[in-house]
Design a protein around this ligand. Structure first.
Ligand code: NDP
Ligand code: GDR
Length: 347
């Protein structure tokens, strides 16, 4: 009889952690998911997925920045696979909190790698790397061998963690795989990220609960996919014969402005754009009312202008490919936020 696999997911309170837990539980895994001690822990995502009381799910308090608790966690867990999704993941905040971001998103990862080396070097390790490591455009589309040029403290911290994962692979033979994932969104996305900020605001405007949506750089281009499909790619990386680095992306890029237009359309509102740069506004095509305004307070000190990824290696070696279109994803998010806002939900 096949042994039940045990997986550790750091960051189960986040978007990807929730979807990955759902996936692994559906595959019969025993899952331990970590959350941080705070005055009021929020499990809304695993509650929305209906897995919070699953008999094979165990929730464990843990902070990635603590080496000794990383070691104890692994000593007590008997894990076959570890998915490190924990991070200070908001690029904007990383400019305000560069040291905390480095400690969590960069050095924190080494605590886990060290714990694996000390406790059980056979554990398979997934590191949540990011297209933010490509940063300033060096090539289009970006793929595994595109040179890195991060543009934020977050991107720099992630690049350190990426290379440490590669280094532990090469130095100690640890099965450490790094997934360079392009932006992936869903109804479970945090509201500080631009797509969910947009879909939640569109829902509020549609319901008369908000007048205007304020945004920063509308010209930024992103390769946006559906998070639920991306966690499947993470799992596939750890089932491969050897550890490696893979890009997961859709190979389509759109501007923030395009996503705004798409989201309003999903709510039955046509948007017309006027002006440029920080004077640009989006109007209701029927009434002329201003619904979108640019506010420089959302600009970043350095911007990543254009991301578009080539997922050919993941398709060929892992059989992974994205299926949901950006229009479908946007529609799904707007509908979820309309439902939630009607019900008074506030996450
Ligand atoms: P979220 O921000 O939604 O989740 C991050 C998780 O990390 C949360 O559970 C958070 O806990 C936890 N965390 C933060 N700090 C610590 C810490 N010191 N110790 C332990 N846990 C901590 O991110 P996503 O789910 O969107 O992303 C998952 C991972 O993938 C992240 O590492 C992100 O950087 C990376 N990534 C994401 C992409 C995307 O488009 N979503 C693309 C590429 C990479 P809490 O709830 O307490 O804050
Ligand atoms: P990103 O995502 O920085 O790509 O990082 P985010 O959604 O925050 O920004 C995308 C682009 O939109 C522009 N933008 C705004 N962004 C936010 N958050 N709020 C605004 O009001 C706004 N207006 C314009 C930004 O300037 C940017 O160009 C995400 C995170 O999930 C990372 O953890 C992950 O590694 C990368 O995606 C891939």
């Amino acid at each position: 009889m096949q042994k039940t696999k045990k997986a550790l997911i750091t960051g189960i309170t986040g978007q990807d952690g929730a979807y990955l837990a759902e996936l692994l539980l559906s595959k019969g895994y025993e899952v331990a998911g970590t959350y941080r001690r705070t005055s009021s822990v929020n499990f809304w995502r695993i509650e929305e997925l209906g897995i919070q009381n699953h008999p094979n799910l165990r929730l464990v308090e843990y902070d990635l920045t603590d080496l000794s608790s990383s070691i104890r966690l692994l000593q007590n867990g008997g894990f076959d696979e570890i998915y490190n999704l924990a991070a200070q993941s908001f690029v904007g905040v990383s400019f305000e909190q560069p040291v905390t971001t480095a400690e969590i998103t960069g050095v924190g990862v080494v605590n886990l790698l060290e714990a694996i080396r000390i406790v059980n070097p056979k554990i398979r390790f997934y590191q949540a790397s990011t297209s933010e490591m490509f940063g300033k455009v060096q090539a289009i589309p970006q793929k595994e061998d595109t040179p890195f040029y991060p543009r934020s403290p977050y991107g720099v911290a992630k690049l350190y963690a990426h290379w440490m994962t590669v280094n532990y692979r090469e130095s100690y033979g640890i099965f450490g795989s790094s997934g360079i994932l392009f932006n992936h969104e869903s109804p479970l996305r945090g509201r500080e990220f631009v797509t969910r900020k947009i879909t939640d605001s569109v829902a509020k405007i549609k319901l008369g609960k908000l007048d205007v949506l304020e945004l920063g750089n509308l010209d930024a281009k992103r390769d946006w996919g559906f998070a639920k499909e991306y966690v499947e790619g993470m799992w596939r990386m750890l089932q491969a014969d050897k550890p490696d680095t893979y890009v997961l992306a859709t190979n389509r890029t759109e501007t923030v402005r395009d996503f705004v237009t798409m989201a309003f359309k999903a709510a039955g509102i046509a948007i017309e754009w006027q002006g440029s740069a920080d004077q640009e506004t989006g109007h209701d095509a029927q009434t002329g009312k201003v619904l979108v305004r640019v506010s420089p307070k959302f600009y970043r000190p350095a911007e990543v202008d254009l991301l578009i990824g080539d997922p050919a290696k993941a398709r060929e070696e892992l059989g992974w490919e994205p299926k949901t279109t950006l229009e479908e994803l946007c529609q799904m998010m707007v509908e979820a936020d309309l439902r939630r806002n009607q019900a008074g939900f506030s996450f």
